[in-house]
Design a binder for this molecule. Sequence first.
Ligand SMILES: C[S@@+](CC[C@H](N)C(=O)[O-])C[C@H]1O[C@@H](n2cnc3c(N)ncnc32)[C@H](O)[C@@H]1O
Length: 279
Amino acid sequence: MRSLKTEKDESVGPFLRWAGGKRWLLCRMPEIIGSLSYNNYYEPFVGGGSIFFGLNPAGKSTLSDLNSELIATYKQVKANPITISRLLKRFDNSPEEYYKLRARKYEDPAKKAAQFIFLNHTSFNGLYRVNSSGEYNVPYGFRESPKIPSEDHLINISKRLGRTSLKVCDFEHACESVSKGDLVFLDPPYTVAHSNNGFVNYNQRLFAFEDQKRLADLIDLLRRKGAYFILTNAYHSSIAELFDRGDRKLITSRGNAIGGKMAKRGSAIEYLFTNAPLD
Ligand SMILES: C[S@@+](CC[C@H](N)C(=O)[O-])C[C@H]1O[C@@H](n2cnc3c(N)ncnc32)[C@H](O)[C@@H]1O
């Protein structure tokens, strides 16, 4: 068991841009879980991994996501940070080079990972989107100074991933080995019931409201196991109804302190549920 500590050190921050990334929440973790001690750490919707990199859990971590290219990239950064850095230096940031690189089909896993990282940093909004054939189809982003991770950054990330197990799987299977005293951070795509625009297509399938229900069942199971969970989700009545089971329910926003009160009007607000006790 260890006490919670958060880090803002850029050199070990996420090496990818990720839609829905939770970097902004990191500085608020002490307010959310205080000095909680926990055993192993799980992040089943890891995306860019902001919370994992910031918390720097001391125990074993399991990071997973349904996006197989994302997890393959994590595995390559863990194993070959220097090779990937060298490959990244060969790419140019221009629309012509971007589209040429986007069309390339590499077999070599290190090359694939470098391609994934470079496109992620030079694409429009760092989105990950594929067409019906599973091909990445995000347009060029016209970013003048993309923050392509340096060799040192990738080496630090590789060390940080040393104690992790990386898996491609659905969130439900990712949590099978969770036990008492473990911490699970859950940041799913935000889907709400009865909404025409609430579906987010991160992969080749939708995260439907049925998946939110499966997630609620998983959280019941985590509670029964005696594990701690933190769930972020959409600020919507259907979400409150599904997940409000007597745990702490907070309203969070990028720009405001957390509290039971409504955050500043006009800023995007979200729900956060946790069974972690406050000190
Ligand atoms: C909001 S993002 C997570 C962002 C992350 N917290 C960060 O800070 O970058 C949600 C992630 O869930 C993944 N995902 C979608 N459906 C999933 C499923 N059924 N099981 C596991 N991961 C899933 C997506 O690929 C995406 O990376």
